[in-house]
Design a protein around this ligand. Structure first.
Ligand SMILES: [Zn+2]
Length: 292
């Protein structure tokens, strides 16, 4: 049965995606990681979640749509998996033409492009508009083992999520412990304390740091909901106190700006940004976004 529970590890990412599926899911997503098999499983689950007919947690695994995705026969799911072959511009044009047709079964259509780094530059350019302004029913899930080789213009049009190998992922508890002082420092409007907390974060191994930033984004999401006065169970329950305090100190609009900035930071970290640049981003850039 297709479900997030069947996927190992990456608990924070899982919850963030489940929440996004329950809300308004981004129409273009780039999922990156080293493990092709894991990327395939995650992208299938995401596609099922987008297409699922359940009103509850998605993908439910049991509705007709979920079963069709599991069996690989959903008419509104296009899967592109050409292994290591180059993906050329005619493919991009074909996908564009297919996306112009309204969905067959439900209200949405999903295109999964595996090994998206193999899209050649011409194909990527041909997809740009489609990624930026797809028809309202169309969703793209790109997976890439080497996301940095994609054109910046493509990456910037996608909401990015990174899978962290299980053995290197910081546990949620560990991430929360690292993040609590940082979130408290922002709520107190103390740039010096933000700096101290960011220096501690900087010591986290690179891959684990991506996971920690993911948890930070989930916590910000909680704070944004709280700041808007929308009651919703927190994604990161361990940081409930901190996210409530943050919601009282920073406006929802600025928190959203910080959330988006963290996606940019994730991108930089995955391209091996220097540790000092990460600290600077989490300190002076974050402070400016929240308060200046
Ligand atoms: Zn379902």
């Amino acid at each position: 049965m297709i479900s997030f529970d069947a996927l190992p590890g990456n608990a924070a990412l899982k919850r963030a995606l489940q929440n996004a599926l329950a809300d308004r899911f981004p129409q273009a997503v780039l999922l990156s990681g080293d493990d092709s098999a894991a990327l395939a499983a995650w992208s299938d689950t995401l596609a099922a979640g987008i297409l699922c007919e359940s009103a509850g947690s998605r993908p439910c695994g049991t509705c007709l749509s979920c079963r069709k995705v599991s069996e690989g026969v959903h008419p509104d799911l296009t899967l592109i998996d050409e292994g290591e072959n180059e993906l050329k511009v005619d493919l991009a044009r074909r996908l564009k033409a297919e996306n112009a047709i309204i969905p067959n079964d439900g209200e949405r259509r999903v295109t999964i492009i595996r090994h998206a780094q193999n899209l050649n530059p011409m194909a990527q350019n041909a997809l740009l508009k489609e990624l930026e302004e797809p028809p309202s029913y169309a969703f793209f899930v790109l997976t890439a083992e080497q996301p940095d080789t994609l054109l910046q213009t493509v990456r910037s049009r996608c909401t990015k999520f990174a899978l962290v190998p299980q053995e290197e992922a910081a546990g949620d508890g560990e991430a929360a412990a690292l993040l609590a002082p940082y979130l408290e420092a922002i709520a107190q409007r103390r740039e010096d304390r933000m700096m101290l907390a960011a220096l501690a974060l900087e010591k986290t191994p690179r891959r684990a740091l991506l996971g920690v930033i993911g948890v930070l984004q989930s916590a910000l999401r909680d704070a944004i909901f709280a700041a808007k006065g929308l009651p919703q169970p927190p994604v990161v329950a361990a940081l409930r106190g901190q996210t409530q305090a943050l919601a009282g100190a920073v406006s929802a609009a600025r928190l959203l700006e910080l959330y988006d900035f963290l996606s940019v930071l994730t991108d930089r970290v995955s391209r091996n940004a220097a540790a000092a640049a990460v600290t600077c981003a989490l300190t002076s850039d974050a402070y400016r976004i929240c308060f200046l």
